[in-house]
Design a protein. Sequence first.
Lengths: 212, 280
Amino acid sequence: MGFAKAGQRPAEAGDTAEETAMDLPALIRGLRDPEADMRRRCAKDLVSYPEAVHALAATLDIERVQNVREMVMTTLALIGTPEAVAVLLPCLRSDDAFLRNEAIEVLKQLPNSLAPMMEQLLKDQDPDVRIFAVNVLESLRHPSVVQWLLNVVESDPHVNVVATALDLLSEVGDENCIESLLKAQERFANEPYLQFAVRTALDRIEQSKEST
Amino acid sequence: MAVTETKGITDDDFQKFREFFYRKTGIHFDDSKRYFVDKRLVERMQALKSDSFRAYFTTLRFQTTGEELQQLINVMTVNETYFFREEYHFACMISSMLPEIASKKRPGDTIRIWSIPSSSGEEPYSIAIYLQEYWNDLDKFSVELMASDIDTMILEQAQKGVFSERSVGNIPAHVTNKYFRKDKNGMYHLDPDTRSAVEFSRVNLSDSADTRKFRKCDLIFCRNLLIYFDDVSRRIAAEAFFDALNPGGFICLGHSESMSRISGLFKVRKFPEAIVYQKP
């Protein structure tokens, strides 16, 4: 015994993944396979089929094995089309914290596909969904992020949504944001936290201005 | 927090930047690193012809390709390696992980260890030396030690097993004397037996065609690599490691990396020597 090399001994079952190629219908059927390993493998291989996003999303509602769910999310992130984004958005309303958090993380990675839907998302009736949308903006690499945040700060009726947007604006905003910040300060004059958040954002913007 | 402002980068800029960089990479720069950070930020600002930190920071945050963030990560991380680097993981391998792995196997069974990225070989060879020096059960099992890197040039260099004095400087002298021969140019040649214990291969961690060759592993070392990856690539890597490991298998990441920030696939295991991650 001691050191050995895999290439210098007879191959054993499972040394490497020996997987027979499956077509789209078989992969979609495989998402309902009784074996979790097969469901995970099918979710992984569906990355080559953007048309499978609805089947993948449907799996999220019923799948309970964590590593399969993660693979479904990774595959949706890799597909990354507007259709993939569309099937992820309902996850933001889910009671399942895993789905909500994973959806936020995946959406952050899909700026171009998400951008056309962001304005609508920021006007959602549910303030929690709007907060999650602002959470997505936190790491979304898109030139409209500041404008979207300003829209929230100027017009969103819910203090928690505005406060979340202010936190982010204090980091990314510039002097062009000052007017919107002052409006928010006025709209929520009786909310001490929001007053504090506006002052912090204004201070940071002022410091940035002085440094340029 | 008394820090010194570099021209164009204020204390507040530094604060904003380090918060952002920590969120993206998990790497935290304390105040003592201020000069290091500022110097590299100024270099990148000049490279992009940004006239202010604010303009540069906007590019960094919102550039669709993420190219500048990657450039900055590259210059902010020192890509160096040497024998016995982050040695606590090797101590943990001997004292905690291997005993647990071995307890589920029979004598003669295979134990697979995968080191990626291997770079110029210091990590996989450190594992080989550690096993020979400190693991009493090495003779009871068949240990396959695999090492991979995406860079074929560095793999060639690794297989030669020749290292500088700086590279071996962290190894105790008696161990160096046992496993290396010093030539007249001051280079250290690893002994052929230890060199042949490691099987090198080229692997792109983001390519499932490459990674599916790795299965039934018991222990993976992937240290200071994922910090270079974007979020999607990190997820792909985590999925690849999950597929590669046996249930109960372990993965060691670099000290500034956290699997919990990448994926929920693994359990955190706190051993006396180190925190590692385990496939359930």
